[in-house]
Design a protein around this ligand. Structure first.
Ligand SMILES: [Ca+2]
Ligand SMILES: [Ca+2]
Ligand SMILES: [Ca+2]
Length: 500
């Protein structure tokens, strides 16, 4: 029994010491051949261990991905890297004793071939003085994802290293002028290429173009071509204009070296209704503006303008009334003087025999498509007749020119009312001369001043009042200063009065 116990202890010590020995001695090593591979190399990766008995798992991984595994050593993997970059290679081993060991290699595969430059562009296309702009570099490389671009212009240099495509570099604050621009594109110290170009920095363009649009007419008929007038200006250069009608492009034009332009564009014929127009103008720097408008076809007012050949006729003069119109489909033209129709039909003119006074001449034009237009002119026809006396009273006695009117001596109010076919003067006075002799043998014995008491709304009639004392005798009352607005004066009238 003691003998067995001693044997068991001896075996246990042996196993423990054997395990201790193995855990001390196992080590793995990963070899890489060639040691500095390129993307075109075939690389032999080999995993070895110091103690290769009882292996349960051996594996090789690249960047965490297992590429080869097995249960015996050495383990070999033939690797053909395609990308130029830094890789982590790892070898790993487990054995029946539960031992684990690993080894790592950092392998940098450097790119031998330069990237290919596809295109270099400047954004915006016209970089302006003292503002930001960008270089866009389109480059590709089949081995390297990361591409480095360095750009040198004037005293600036910028550099970016990225996997983004295209590769964008920001530049700014250059004065107006031309600069050599050098660009180096690389994927490693030995894989690089370069190019150079000339960079133009333009003067500042501060505003979008301006567009003024107007139509040749307020509206058009279905038979007419719609004409659009445009004026376009820009602080640098107008580049192009594009016109859409009802959403359909109908016109484009490009311009050369102009800061302002005026043009009339024939948009063609349209159906009845309202139509929209959009005008887009661009300047040479790519700034654009859109202006919109609407034009009616077959609707709206008809054009009608009244013309008269004599603005200042005398009574009985013939005045010619004409209508000017753009309409081609006239149905009816009617001319009026005041409310009186003097011509109706399709005649474009007519005559009117002027009569004194203030008159409203008008024309009314109708088209076959149901539109109307009208125009009017007010004129004053100067009359040549003085006002006439409507009534002349002393107290309640009405004076006449052809017989004596009898009154008793005393104090009387006097009233004179006059009327003119055009208008009497506003305000003022009328003087009544008292003569002891009949007209024309004047022998004044006194005067009476009458002041204007009232004026009718149409200015044609006015009343004047005054007062005086009459003593016995025979008198002739002669009004003086009875005139109309044209200074036609009433003369030579005398009114006999007998005061008893
Ligand atoms: Ca390359
Ligand atoms: Ca501009
Ligand atoms: Ca008159």
């Amino acid at each position: 029994m003691k003998k067995y116990f001693i044997l068991l202890v001896t075996v246990s010590i042996l196993i423990v010491s054997c395990q201790q020995k193995q855990s001390k001695s196992i080590s793995v090593s990963l070899s890489v051949d060639p040691s500095a591979p390129t993307p075109s190399s075939t690389v032999t990766v080999q995993l070895l261990a110091s103690f290769d008995v009882g292996i349960t798992l051996a594996k090789i991984s690249i960047d965490g991905q297992t590429v080869k595994n097995g249960d015996s050593l050495p383990l070999q993997y033939l690797w053909t890297p395609t990308k130029a970059k830094t890789y982590i290679l790892e070898g790993y081993v487990e054995n029946i004793f539960g031992q684990k060991a690993s080894d790592q290699r950092i392998i940098k595969i450097s790119d031998q071939t330069p990237p290919e430059i596809k295109k270099i562009s400047v954004l915006p296309s016209f970089p302006e003085e003292n503002s930001d702009f960008y270089l866009s570099v389109e480059a590709q490389d089949s081995e390297s994802d990361v591409i480095k671009v360095s750009a040198k212009v004037a005293d600036r240099s910028v550099e970016v290293q990225t996997i983004d495509r295209p590769i964008i570099l920001k530049l700014s604050d250059l004065a107006q002028g031309e600069y050599p621009l050098n660009i180096v594109v690389s994927t490693s110290d030995i894989a690089k290429t370069s190019t150079s170009t000339v960079l133009h920095i333009h003067p500042l363009d501060t505003s979008t173009p301006t567009v003024e649009l107007s139509f040749q007419k307020d509206f058009f008929s279905k038979e007419e071509n719609v004409i659009l007038n445009l004026r376009i200006e820009d602080d640098t250069q107008v580049a192009s204009v594009q016109i859409e009608c009802d959403g359909v492009q109908v016109y484009t034009k490009n311009f050369e070296k102009t800061t302002s332009t005026s043009l009339s564009v024939n948009l063609g014929k349209y159906d009845q209704g309202y139509h929209s127009v959009n005008v887009m103008a661009k300047d040479i720097r790519g700034k654009s503006v859109v202006k919109s408008g609407v034009f009616p076809v077959g609707m709206g007012r008809a054009t009608a303008k009244l013309i008269i050949d004599n603005q200042n006729p005398s009574p009985a003069d013939l005045v010619k009334l004409s209508v000017q119109t753009d309409e081609t489909n006239v149905k009816r033209i009617t001319f009026y003087v005041d409310d009186l129709k003097i011509s109706e039909g399709t005649a474009f003119d007519c005559f009117w025999k002027a009569v004194s006074g203030r008159h409203l001449l008008s024309v009314f034009l109708e088209t076959l498509d149901g539109r109307v237009g009208t125009d009017a002119i007010q004129i004053d026809v100067q009359d040549n007749r003085p006002p006439r006396i409507e009534s002349f009273t002393i107290g309640s006695a009405e004076l006449k020119t052809d017989r004596f009117t009898s009154i008793f001596a005393g104090y009387y109010g006097i009233r004179l009312t006059i009327r003119d076919d055009t208008a009497v003067k506003q305000g003022g006075t009328i003087t009544i001369i008292l003569s002891s002799q009949p007209f024309p043998r004047l022998n004044p014995v006194g005067t009476i001043i009458l002041v204007q008491e009232s004026l009718s709304d149409d200015l044609k009639s006015a009343s004047y009042v005054g007062a005086t004392s009459f003593t016995q005798g025979r008198f002739y009352l002669i009004p003086n200063g009875v005139t109309d607005i044209y200074e036609n004066q009433l003369n030579n009238l005398s009114f006999p009065v007998e005061v008893r």
